[in-house]
Design a protein around this ligand. Structure first.
Ligand SMILES: [Zn+2]
Ligand SMILES: [Zn+2]
Ligand SMILES: [Zn+2]
Length: 305
């Protein structure tokens, strides 16, 4: 698989202003931030101050030359995310979605599809790129099967390691990762543009349980958006930490501490749980991440490809 993923990454030249780009539409775990029913300190400020709220994780890939826009994951916050995307890159009419790439069948990553149905936008044939089990999941039961039956979405099955070409010099390649796969398999995406490459991997089990060395991928890309669901075990008192199926940020930072500075700087954590202090840029945890040479993804940030 690595051979397929190898590409012309890490180019030195800066992309021109007309280059395709990625924009981060959300950085929170599936539940969003603040989380339903949470009255604790982690969410209190965000309930009181809407400016502190964050959308569920999703990226958009935009080609300004053709006014095309693709979504990576369809989050429950899709209405607001589409609106914010319109502000950055307006389209003349229609939903302006040229395709959606889904990572897996957990609620934060596909339920935004409901806004494409007849009760909302009633779209026509929006290409939705899925892995085989995800396809079965969507066609197997309502309300998702109705989107297919009515032609609101047009499912396209992806193959691991095989790129989907979006245009000249722009492609997206899925790769399988271990995760709690109750309904579907789980993939991450590698996005290759004319000058730069980006990794999008919001959900994965512990790094040790993957048969790919994440460090090798970090050498190949320019920016890596990686699972930062939990900062450390302190967030979940009373839970057996070995049973939490995500890499803790502190463990990831320890694992990568000896990597070159330039490699560490590519890492941007996202998919933060509501308990995660990285949601607050001024927290001690956010400072510790910066001081260790890593970064935390911020909603609205952009990477030129
Ligand atoms: Zn998730
Ligand atoms: Zn909370
Ligand atoms: Zn998940």
């Amino acid at each position: 698989m690595l051979l397929v993923l190898l590409g012309a990454a890490c180019a030195d030249q800066s992309p021109p202003p007309s280059a395709p780009f990625i924009i981060v539409l959300g950085i929170a775990q599936d539940a969003g931030y603040p989380q339903a029913g949470c009255r604790r300190a982690c969410c209190r400020a965000a309930w009181d101050d809407p400016a502190r709220r964050r959308h569920v994780v999703s990226l958009a890939v935009v080609n300004p030359q053709t006014s095309q826009r693709w979504l990576l994951d369809a989050s429950p916050d899709l209405p607001q995310q589409l609106h914010e995307l319109d502000r950055v890159t307006p389209v003349s009419d229609g939903p302006g979605i040229d395709g959606i790439f889904l990572t897996h069948g957990h609620v934060g990553h596909y339920t935004g599809l409901m806004h494409l149905g007849r009760e909302v936008m009633g779209t026509h044939g929006v290409p939705v790129h899925v892995m085989p089990r995800m396809r079965m999941f969507l066609t197997g039961s309502g309300p998702w099967s109705q989107l297919v039956a009515l032609g609101n979405i047009d499912l396209t099955t992806m193959e691991e390691g095989t790129a989907v070409v979006l245009g000249p010099g722009l492609r997206i390649t899925p790769f399988l990762v271990p995760h709690r796969d109750e309904y579907t398999e789980t993939v991450g995406f590698r996005i290759d543009g004319p000058s730069r490459s980006v990794l999008y991997l919001p959900d994965i089990d512990k790094w040790e349980r993957w048969d790919v060395a994440i460090e090798e991928l970090l050498e190949e890309v320019d920016v890596a958006y990686l699972d930062g669901s939990f900062f450390d075990g302190e967030e979940l008192p009373g839970r057996d930490m070995s049973q939490i199926p995500h890499p803790f940020v502190v463990d990831s930072m320890r694992r990568w501490a000896e990597l070159p500075e330039a490699t560490r700087a590519r890492v941007r954590f996202l998919h933060m749980n509501h308990t995660n202090p990285l949601l607050d840029p001024d927290s001690d945890a956010s400072r510790a991440v910066r001081e260790a040479g890593f970064r935390v993804a911020r909603q609205g940030e952009r990477v030129d490809l």
